[in-house]
Design a protein around this ligand. Structure first.
Ligand code: HEC
Ligand code: HEC
Ligand code: HEC
Ligand code: HEC
Ligand code: HEC
Length: 478
């Protein structure tokens, strides 16, 4: 009878220690797993550690329990009772009239159990995979390790784009990425990860599949005006602006448009390959421009004596936009931004200068920086503006807080990330960025260089000028 089958089943389990252990494990974990999964799916608990325990620890343990149970049943001794599940047994049951219902019940029980298992395992695996793809898992679970990337990401235009959209590809589960994820979890657990996390990372998604899901350089066009607000380090923290007409251009190809300007590099008809000597891709030995008709132009450094040195790479978005979301600012940029947003009061004399001094000192930790920056500011104003220090202490404290934020959003001592750890390729600071190729020193055989003309990429309309003519003209204020 029905109970007979259950009894046989239970007996079968009891005979093997492995099965017993598996059954205990699975039945203890199941209710917890069910409750946790409901709490997560319903959005009642939002905590990366909670999800980690549920999907990465409990889920797999539950499945291991089930596997132990089945393996124990199959290899356990005592063939007699195990016979309850064999073909011979079933044949006997079918051949005896009246026994048929017992078999039906048996099949029914097995079907129900199988479905229940499939549903639980399926739900846990699905939500588990989705969880390990989530920004919360990537950015917050390994809190300290990912803090620099997570904080800068939160402050960037891409703060709502999931990490996996650029890094692995959402939902496209591949054993490789999950395995590398597991390796990284071990690196965190055993404290063997590198500080800072090295860049570049070789396994970014191809940009056709990431950036180009949202941005299509084919459809960019023409020039764009860029205005940068800055403050000088004089007594009045004078507000100045740099204005540039950027030749953003287009990737071409859309309705016959010609590729031109800056995004010419990513047009489908041009393939710009280059070889970098170092891992950071700062020193480029040669550039190969492959045109649609198959012809190739080679620009080489040092008269071609480094030909073939370094690995060949096809230029894509991240060879210029290597910091689209993990944007680490320079000390001056970080302070300018806080001043522009009003976090650092402009009325405080020399606040830019003092801020720069305070923020570029070495601090062992973020807490030390907070204390150190405040102390430095108060000491400086007490010495140079004693009256101000007495009357406007709260203003100075507010400035210290803003300056500290400029620090804490860009410097992460625990990960050894300082002001210049991660450099951007967008521009030409210190001869890097665009000037890795556009330096006039990479030449073809007949001596032609990649353009170094100051007006090839932009027209600088004003450089660090207080109230530039062009801005006044555009605003119509005179
Ligand atoms: C808009 C695309 C994009 C998003 C979204 C994104 N990243 Fe990145 N990430 C990049 C690029 C590009 C690099 C730099 C690659 C290089 O220099 O080779 C990078 C580099 C990194 C690095 C290596 C260290 C470094 O700063 O160069 C880590 C770690 C990282 N990202 C983690 C994350 C995490 C965690 C998230 C989500 C919180 C995230 N990323 C979201 C594009 C993205
Ligand atoms: C899921 C969509 C999405 C993806 C994927 C994406 N972006 Fe963006 N990106 C945006 C949006 C939306 C903005 C505009 C945000 C704003 O103006 O606040 C933006 C802004 C930008 C900007 C202008 C930044 C600025 O400071 O104004 C650049 C450059 C950029 N993205 C490059 C990239 C690159 C390079 C990648 C691939 C590594 C990428 N994006 C991937 C949606 C995306
Ligand atoms: C040769 C370097 C280079 C390459 C390659 C490149 N960009 Fe750009 N991109 C720039 C520069 C320079 C700007 C101007 C913005 C600036 O200076 O901050 C820009 C601007 C942009 C902007 C803002 C445009 C606007 O109209 O506001 C987006 C979005 C963008 N790029 C996306 C991409 C994507 C996506 C790719 C890859 C398909 C790509 N870029 C490839 C250099 C490049
Ligand atoms: C890996 C090398 C490399 C890097 C890095 C690079 N370029 Fe270029 N760029 C080239 C080559 C090659 C050409 C084609 C030269 C020619 O045809 O004379 C070119 C051409 C251009 C042109 C002229 C396009 C046209 O209309 O014909 C512009 C504008 C330009 N680059 C802007 C930039 C900017 C801005 C950056 C940095 C953000 C940059 N490039 C970084 C290799 C590079
Ligand atoms: C290959 C393209 C290219 C060439 C050639 C080039 N620039 Fe630039 N320049 C850029 C880009 C890209 C930026 C960065 C824009 C940004 O920060 O968003 C920039 C930024 C600047 C800035 C503003 C810097 C700042 O942030 O204050 C100045 C000034 C400037 N360039 C001057 C020059 C001069 C002078 C030359 C000639 C020697 C030159 N550039 C040649 C691409 C180029």
């Amino acid at each position: 009878m029905f109970w007979g089958i259950i009894k046989a089943f239970v007996k079968g389990i009891l005979r093997s220690r492995l099965s017993v252990a598996g059954a205990v494990m699975a039945s203890v974990i199941l209710p917890v797993l069910a409750v946790f999964t409901i709490l997560d799916v319903q959005g009642i608990v939002r905590n990366p550690y909670f999800n980690f325990i549920n999907y990465v620890v409990l889920g797999p343990l539950f499945i291991v329990g089930l596997i132990m149970l089945v393996v124990g049943l199959l290899v356990g001794k005592g063939d007699e009772d195990l016979g309850a599940f064999t073909y011979e047994y079933l044949k006997e049951q079918f051949s005896k009239p009246g026994r048929f219902t017992r078999v039906r019940r048996l099949l029914f029980l097995i079907t129900v159990l199988t479905f229940a298992t499939i549903i639980v395992v399926g739900l846990v695996s699905y939500t588990g995979l989705r969880y390990t793809d989530s920004t919360s898992f990537c950015g917050q679970f390994c809190h300290q390790v990912m803090e620099p990337e997570y904080v800068t990401y939160r402050n960037s235009p891409h703060s709502q784009v999931p990490c996996v959209a650029c890094h692995f590809g959402e939902g496209s589960w591949s054993p490789g990425t999950k395995l590398s994820g597991i390796r990284q979890i071990f690196a965190v657990a055993f404290n063997t990860y590198s500080r800072p996390i090295p860049s570049p990372i070789s396994h970014l998604r191809p940009t056709r599949k990431s950036c180009e899901q949202c941005h299509l350089p084919e459809k960019f066009h023409g020039d764009k005006l860029y205005v940068k607000d800055r403050y000088l380090d004089d007594e009045h923290n004078t507000h100045v602006q740099t204005v540039m007409l950027m030749k953003v251009g287009s990737g071409g190809g859309y309705r016959g448009a010609q590729a031109h300007g800056i995004h010419w590099h990513v047009a489908t008809e041009n393939k710009v390959y280059y070889r970098a000597v170092d891992a950071q891709r700062n020193v480029i030995s040669e550039i190969r421009l492959r045109k649609q008709d198959g012809s190739e132009v080679v620009y080489a450094a040092g008269g071609g004596k480094f030909a073939g040195v370094g690995t060949l790479r096809l230029m894509d978005c991240t060879d210029c936009h290597n910091r689209p979301t993990h944007v680490f600012l320079s000390p001056a940029e970080a302070l300018d931004r806080k001043m522009f947003e009003g976090e650092i009061p402009l009325s405080l004399p020399y606040v830019k200068k003092v801020g720069l001094e305070a923020v570029t000192k070495e601090y062992a930790s973020v807490d030390e920086a907070r204390v150190g920056i405040g102390r430095y500011l108060r000491a400086w104003y007490a010495k140079n503006y004693p009256e101000l220090m007495e009357r406007r202490t709260s203003l100075i404290n507010r400035a210290a807080e803003g300056i500290f934020h400029a620090y804490s959003e860009n410097v992460f001592p625990a990960m050894n990330v300082g002001w210049s750890t991660y450099q951007s390729f967008l521009g030409h600071h210190d001869g890097g960025g665009c000037f890795r190729c556009h330096d006039g020193k990479h030449l073809t055989q007949d001596g032609t260089a990649i353009t170094n003309d100051c007006n090839a990429c932009h027209i600088v309309l004003a450089e660090n000028e207080p109230s530039p003519d062009v801005v006044r003209l555009l605003r119509g204020s005179e």
